[in-house]
Design a protein. Structure first.
Ligand code: PLP
Length: 365
């Protein structure tokens, strides 16, 4: 019982696909084409098909995916984009680096997602888009977001970096807005062996424009239509993602089984468990986040009992040094979340025995 339960054993996650990853890498090595080749085209088609969208465009990482969406819309300086106040910094950076203003909205304390009832009061004549973040793997409350977007003619941008494969009714994340940004950072539900990202959309001209923007703004070599960036998903990462994509649903199912086990068996009254998702598949459990007023104490106790945990996230964007201009803001729900959350081990390779140990230890706390 004294083996450490790691927060996430990435080596074990990828070891499952070892043979096919080795073959895929060897094939790229031999092809002689390492960027913007057949493997990328293949993965883009497969990923678009998986998400149910017409187009997918591979890029270098998740931040660039969101950045390129905002860039492609060519919003004006100081245009506003609604974004949840508790999100990973990348969602906010993608807005501010394009000279637009992130307008922070408090989350719902039960879902940790953008509270749709607090959005309308933040909409002004400068609002251009709502960025819905499917935080922790749970799909955002889209119906109200769609209604507001229609009423005020706003774009809906999804930050899907934590929710590959999650469903809202019969549609997948990536196909719930005008455009969606994904990350394939190694620890994500679909991760490569380095950095990677993608944009999905049903808008052909937007997809074409982003295809150019990711490659120096060029559709035709040495002809630059836009001031683009260099953000390409390389052939090796694309080939690895093609190996892993067919297993995403079954790996998400394993996460759901662990989440069900935690939800049914953690009984410690000092711990607030995640609320039950609307539908089974509307949460793909990128992380399993509990809440307690004695977070530091619980984290230390779990470490002493060989259970590794993590915090998503310790400091909200508006309290970061990078956003000094917001440090005075008071967003009490967001701040409470950041003070109390703790993420338990969660991955498709976590064993039932490990989950049992974790539950046992928490219930004794
Ligand atoms: C990981 C993540 C990103 C950024 O992805 P990178 O590939 O690390 O750039 C964006 N948004 C959210 C919510 C994320 O979790």
């Amino acid at each position: 019982m004294c083996d450490m339960v790691p927060f996430l054993d990435l080596k074990k996650v990828n070891e499952q696909h070892r043979n096919n990853i080795d073959l895929a890498i060897a094939e790229i090595l031999e092809s002689g084409q390492y960027l913007l080749g057949k493997a990328l085209e293949k993965f883009e088609q497969e990923f678009a098909e998986y998400c149910g969208t017409s187009y997918a465009v591979g890029v270098a990482n998740g931040l660039d995916a969101l950045d390129l969406i905002v860039k492609a819309y060519e919003f004006s300086k100081d245009d506003e984009i609604i974004v949840p106040a508790n999100t990973y910094i990348a969602s906010v950076l993608a807005i501010s680096k394009n000279d637009c203003r992130p307008v922070l909205v408090e989350p719902d304390i039960n879902t940790y997602l953008l509270d749709p009832d607090l959005i309308e009061e933040k909409i002004t004549r400068k609002t251009r888009a709502i960025m819905a973040v499917h935080l922790y793997g749970r799909v955002a409350e889209m119906t109200k977001i769609w209604d507001l977007a229609k009423k005020y003619k706003l774009k809906v941008i999804e930050d899907s970096a934590q929710a590959h494969g999650a469903m809202y009714n019969d549609k997948k994340v990536g196909n719930l807005g005008d455009a969606s940004g994904f990350s394939f950072y190694p620890s994500k539900n679909l991760g490569c062996l380095g950095d990677g990202g993608a944009i999905t959309t049903n808008n052909e001209s937007l997809a074409d424009k982003i295809r150019a923007l990711r490659n120096y703004g060029s559709h035709i070599k040495y002809h630059n239509a836009y001031k683009g960036i260099n953000s390409r998903l390389d052939e090796i990462q694309a080939a690895i993602l093609s190996v892993k994509l067919p297993h995403l649903d079954s790996e998400n199912e394993k996460r759901m089984a662990i989440a069900d086990y935690y939800l049914a068996n953690i009984t410690n009254k000092k711990v607030v468990l995640p609320s039950t998702p609307l539908q089974k598949k509307s949460h793909v459990w990128h992380v399993f986040v509990i809440r307690t007023k004695e977070r530091e104490n619980l984290q230390k106790y779990l470490a002493e009992n060989n259970v590794q945990t993590s915090i998503h996230y310790p400091i909200p964007p508006h309290k970061q040094e990078a956003y000094k201009e917001w440090n005075h803001l008071s967003l009490p729900i967001t701040e409470k979340i950041h003070q109390e959350v703790l993420s338990l081990p969660m991955s498709p390779v976590l064993s039932l025995k490990e989950a049992e140990k974790i539950v046992h230890v928490i219930n004794k706390w």
